[in-house]
Design a protein around this ligand. Structure first.
Ligand code: N01
Length: 547
């Protein structure tokens, strides 16, 4: 058994940041990572065209000014290989690998109530004992794939976008199918279309998308960003989504159509995902949203030649950004190519896979390769995969059977000394996740320092506090249009999953204030004990003023 202060699960952006921060506090940390490399979702999602939809300079760590200055991003939106190079550079530069146990899948974590420690077991039988158990497993890390009748009969290759092979996948001369038109499907479509003999894209829901307007980063831009990086970071931290866009305080309904179209036109060419912030009420009011949706639909329609294909590709039936919109590079234009076909799954669902391909209610398609771009069991998938056992044998699966319950998105009652980074109940996927990761980890580190200072051995979310937090998360979600559409934000992506809103929609700035207030109040909503509760310890709140 390896005895450490903290076990961190996952060596993606969150896991490495947690390791760096805890180690700098003198903690002995072991990071358990299921794969053989760092990067998390960026390690696995190596499909062609994979790139970030947050600008490179903002989708990067802010904790080291030296790192900020020495790293040179080559494009406005970095590709997956460049992001993977970056995170590998971080791992090497800060000598993080020595504390990462690769090829180590955490199968079980069990809380020892008397010792106030977690016992963590890997699939291959190794054991760790730690005071703190930190889940940095990501929100989009548990891929989901359909299971159609006859799937195992297919003679060709089946690949999932989120488990992309490390060797180069050849498309030349092949008849390829892509199932799924979320960000992954939309990003890979234009690239595969250029190489493949024939490409069929199976669409269930037509998705909104904004052009990426990607471009190389010039030396002058790089110099400008680096000269003002601190201000840029502050702006990101203080923006609603962590993306740095200044919110427009105007309503979309308070301006003339002419003025609105000008604003939308500018946003269309520059903002990507930030288009949703063109007016403050786009995600709050359906009539305001309709103005944005109408503009986007016209733009999409204008680049598709075939009227029948156009009709199918133009999004309908859900509000813009109520489901995660994509940021694409020529997705819609790709359907003007002779070798590309759109298969509408609402009109003609898949009946079965055959040895030759896919049979829908309309026709039998022949393929050499089928790609599932069907997404993830989001937010809770990876948190519920291992068997996590808290107080009195209570499992997290059982506790969350009706949906995730957390105190501030970071902690769960009955699971003392367990911390979750960018999980459900926090801004997570509704924010620039890098801002959220750094913010939460710094807060968790301060909590641990507070515990050390005051000889506290056990913290635990209070049950009343987490009930209030879940109610608050739901109240904030009800103010928005998020619950008007089925999406992975609300558990609709997996059949049978509880239909509850997962992330916190109150914005990163509002969320940070709540975290800060909690800390200033001596971690209100948490029991802090100098003896484990199992040995009679009671909560001892010691108020501090955070720097
Ligand atoms: O997954 P998705 P994704 N039969 O869930 C369809 C991030 N990301 O991997 O919409 C047929 O969005 C499903 O159809 P429907 C980003 O946050 C970021 O594309 O449910 N189709 C949908 O079209 C993104 O939001 C980047 O009707 C099925 C698609 O598969 C998130 O990851 C790049 C199906 C799944 O879309 C997930 O994106 C890539 C079935 N049985 C991803 N099941 C960046 O740029 C599902 N679908 C940073």
């Amino acid at each position: 058994m390896e005895i450490v202060d903290a076990v961190v699960i996952g060596a993606g952006f969150a896991g490495l940041r947690a390791l760096y921060r805890l180690r700098s506090m003198g903690k002995n940390v072991a990071v358990l990572e299921a794969s053989e490399g760092v990067g998390g979702v960026w390690f696995h999602n190596g499909y062609p065209g994979a790139r970030c939809d947050v600008e490179s300079y903002d989708y990067s760590y802010s904790f080291s000014p030296e790192l900020e200055q020495e790293w040179r991003w080559s494009e406005r939106y970095a590709t997956q290989p460049e992001i993977l190079r970056y995170i590998n550079h971080v791992a090497d530069r800060f000598d993080l690998r020595k504390d990462i146990r690769f090829n180590t899948f955490m199968e079980e974590a069990r809380y020892d109530e008397k010792a106030a420690r977690w016992t963590i077991r890997s699939k291959d039988g190794r054991v760790w004992s730690a005071q703190y158990f930190v889940m940095c497993v990501g929100q989009l890390s548990s891929p989901k794939a359909p299971n159609y009748p006859g799937q195992s009969e297919f003679k060709g290759e089946i690949i999932h976008s989120a488990v992309w092979p490390k060797n180069k996948v050849e498309f030349a001369g092949k008849r390829v199918a892509i199932i799924g038109t979320g960000s992954s499907g939309m990003q890979m479509t234009p690239i595969i279309a250029k190489e493949a003999k024939h490409l069929t894209v199976f669409q269930r829901t037509a998705n909104f998308s904004i052009p990426a307007s990607n471009a190389p980063v010039s030396d002058e831009e790089d110099r400008q960003v680096k000269a003002t990086y601190r201000e840029r970071r502050e702006q990101a931290k203080n923006s609603p989504t962590g993306l740095g866009f200044k919110p427009n305080k105007q309503s979309a309904l308070d301006v003339s159509q002419e003025e609105r179209d000008k604003v939308y036109e500018a946003a269309w060419h520059r903002l990507g995902y930030g288009f949703a912030l063109s007016y403050f009420d786009i995600l709050l009011s359906k009539p305001a949203n309709d103005t944005a949706a109408e503009f986007i639909c016209k733009k999409i329609a204008s680049v598709i030649n075939d009227p029948m294909v156009r009709e199918k590709l133009v999004p309908k039936g859900h509000a813009f950004a109520a489901r995660r919109p994509s940021v694409d590079s020529g997705y819609f234009q790709t359907f003007n190519r002779d070798n590309v076909e759109l298969a509408d799954l609402r009109e003609s669902p898949i009946v079965e896979f055959t040895s030759e391909g896919i049979r829908t209610t309309a026709k039998a398609h022949t393929f050499d390769m089928i790609i599932f771009a069907t997404g993830f069991d989001a937010f809770t998938g990876s948190l519920l995969k291992p068997n996590i056992v808290g107080r009195a044998g209570r499992t997290l699966r059982d506790k969350w059977s009706a949906g995730p319950i957390t105190q501030l998105g970071v902690s769960v009652s009955e699971f003392p000394n367990m911390l979750i980074v960018v999980g459900p109940g926090s801004p997570s996927l509704l924010s620039n996740v890098m801002v959220s990761i750094e913010e939460q980890i710094d807060w968790l580190a301060d909590l641990i320092r507070h515990m050390d200072t005051h000889q506290i051995v056990e913290f635990e979310a209070e049950s009343d506090a987490e009930i209030s937090w879940v109610a608050h998360v739901n109240e904030r979600a009800k103010e928005t249009l998020y619950m008007t559409a089925d999406s992975y934000y609300n558990g609709a992506e997996v059949a049978g999953k509880p239909k509850v809103f997962m992330p916190y929609s109150g914005g990163v700035r509002g969320y940070r204030r709540i975290l800060q207030k909690c800390a200033q109040e001596g971690y209100s909503g948490f029991a802090l004990r100098q003896q484990p509760a199992a040995l009679g310890g009671t909560s001892a709140h010691i108020q501090t003023v955070q720097a």
